[in-house]
Design a protein around this ligand. Sequence first.
Ligand SMILES: NC(=O)c1ccc[n+]([C@@H]2O[C@H](COP(=O)([O-])OP(=O)(O)OC[C@H]3O[C@@H](n4cnc5c(N)ncnc54)[C@H](OP(=O)(O)O)[C@@H]3O)[C@@H](O)[C@H]2O)c1
Length: 263
Amino acid sequence: MVDLDNKNALVTGASSGIGAAIARRLAKEKCNLFLTGLGETQLQDTKATCEKEGVKVYYKECNFADFTSIDELVKEIKSIGFVIDLYVLNAGISQRDRGLETDFAIDQKIMQVNYWSSVYLVKQFKDEILASKQVNMSVTTSLAGLFGFPLRTSYCASKHALFGFFESLDLEYSNIHVTFLIPGRINTPISKSALKGNGEQYSKMDPGQAKGLDVDKAAQRAVRAIRRQRHRKLIGKSELIMAYINRYIPWLYYKIANKISPT
Ligand SMILES: NC(=O)c1ccc[n+]([C@@H]2O[C@H](COP(=O)([O-])OP(=O)(O)OC[C@H]3O[C@@H](n4cnc5c(N)ncnc54)[C@H](OP(=O)(O)O)[C@@H]3O)[C@@H](O)[C@H]2O)c1
């Protein structure tokens, strides 16, 4: 069990959805926070809510599509002496187009924001992590990180890649514990910022998304899994059955996966 009281957590993607809800939940557990995301106003809103729990909260806007912006974030975290006990690696963008119709630059952007940014970020704290007795990392992947899914080629690839990198890291270092959060459909605005093949924002709330699990319930389950140092935590509603069908009845998965609405 991890005691989060008076620990320090860095939360990426804390300006919206699951990241903001996890931050609010961690604040209730009396965990100090460093929040980051793209939208400054939304980060300030999350900060104000979390501070009501009496914890210390810092924030800095950061664009994960840009390594220089991540360097500035790292500099700020180090300059205030915020030593991270828990990395909540959660920022992400989705995709709404078929693979061949997605420009390669968009494939690269999705991999950059969803995968490379997290790898780059933790490497900037190499010395601190190696010197630490225990570091916890929570990595938000997706059901779409367990198998392929239509309109999500690079999104799926980025989430699969997170599993490969961070599971290996967990096995390599005895002081690092990784919890993979595996959401199905959670009611957040993620489909709105999803990228079409030409790089335009999809800008629609998917009906499937709107019917997803309430984001605060999702965050509650996520933080419980982090505290209990679970390796993998599926979070969602009936759609989670797909994880079991893919694993145990693969022929059925191939029959039904492209009949499920991807929006
Ligand atoms: N919602 C679901 O059903 C679902 C299912 C499976 C997995 N997930 C995963 O859960 C994570 C959180 O998603 P969500 O549903 O909470 O969506 P969301 O509400 O859209 O939140 C995404 C977060 O990532 C941040 N972000 C996006 N692009 C960024 C960039 N270039 N640089 C820095 N931050 C960036 C966003 O910042 P701004 O809002 O300020 O732009 C926001 O804080 C993602 O990794 C997503 O893939 C979600």
